[in-house]
Design a protein around this ligand. Structure first.
Ligand SMILES: C[S@@+](CC[C@H](N)C(=O)[O-])C[C@H]1O[C@@H](n2cnc3c(N)ncnc32)[C@H](O)[C@@H]1O
Length: 173
C-alpha cells in the first residue's frame, strides 16, 4: 500500500477544514512551510517563453505593466522585472506587481527581494485577492501582461481574464 507524502496529507487536511477561509487555507500552507510547488527559482516555462522563444511582448518600445497573480515568493515577478530592451539599456517593465492572498508569502517575497524593490526598483508585492476587483492591485493597472503559473489554470483562465478585462487589462487589438 502506498503511503501519502506528508505535504499531500497536510494540504488535504487544510483544504478540507471547513473552519478556514480560502485565504486562511493558503496562509496556513505558507506558515507551515507546506509549499511543495516552490522550486526556489522562477518557472522554467517563463524563462523559455521570454528568452528562448522570444515571446513577443505587446506594445514594443512602450514601458509595460505586468501582473503575476498568486506570485508566491515572487521569482517570476523578478524575472519579468529584469527584462531589458534596447541592447540592455532600458527596462522593458515599468512595473511588475506580484499579488498573493497569503500575507506570509508576500512578506517572504518582500524580504527575499528587498534589493530589487528598493529605491528605483520596478517591483511591487501586494497582498490581495485576484477575485476582488476593488483592491490596490487592480488600481495599479491596467496590465499589458498577466503571467499565471500553477494558480488559476484550473479555472479556465481565458474566460476569467476576458471577464476581468478591459477594466484591468489591455487587450490585444
Ligand atoms: C500553487 S502556489 C504557486 C505560487 C507561484 N506561482 C509559484 O509557482 O511558485 C499558488 C499561490 O497562489 C496564491 N493564491 C491562491 N488564491 C489566490 C487569490 N485568489 N489571489 C491571489 N493569490 C492567490 C497562494 O497563496 C499561493 O501562493
Amino acid at each position: 500500500m502506498s503511503s501519502i507524502p506528508p505535504p499531500v496529507a497536510m494540504i488535504r487536511k487544510v483544504v478540507n477544514d471547513p473552519s478556514l477561509s480560502a485565504q486562511q487555507k493558503w496562509d496556513t500552507l505558507w506558515t507551515t512551510k507546506t509549499t511543495p510547488w516552490d522550486r526556489n527559482t522562477h518557472s522554467p516555462a517563463l524563462e523559455e517563453l521570454l528568452q528562448d522563444k522570444k515571446f513577443p511582448l505587446p506594445h514594443p518600445g512602450r514601458p509595460l505593466r505586468a501582473l503575476v497573480p498568486g506570485c508566491g515568493r515572487g521569482y517570476d515577478v523578478v524575472l519579468l522585472a529584469s527584462l531589458t530592451g534596447d541592447g540592455g539599456n532600458s527596462r522593458v517593465m515599468q512595473r511588475v506587481v506580484g499579488l498573493d492572498v497569503s500575507p506570509t508569502a508576500v512578506e517572504e517575497a518582500r524580504t527575499r527581494f528587498e534589493r530589487e524593490i528598493g529605491e528605483g526598483g520596478n517591483i511591487v508585492f501586494l497582498m490581495g485577492d485576484f477575485f476582488a476587483d476593488d483592491e490596490e492591485w487592480a488600481k495599479m493597472g491596467p496590465y499589458d501582461v498577466v503571467y499565471d503559473y500553477t494558480v488559476f489554470t484550473p479555472f479556465a483562465p481565458l474566460p476569467l481574464f476576458v471577464s476581468l478585462s478591459p477594466r484591468f487589462f489591455v487587450l490585444p487589438s
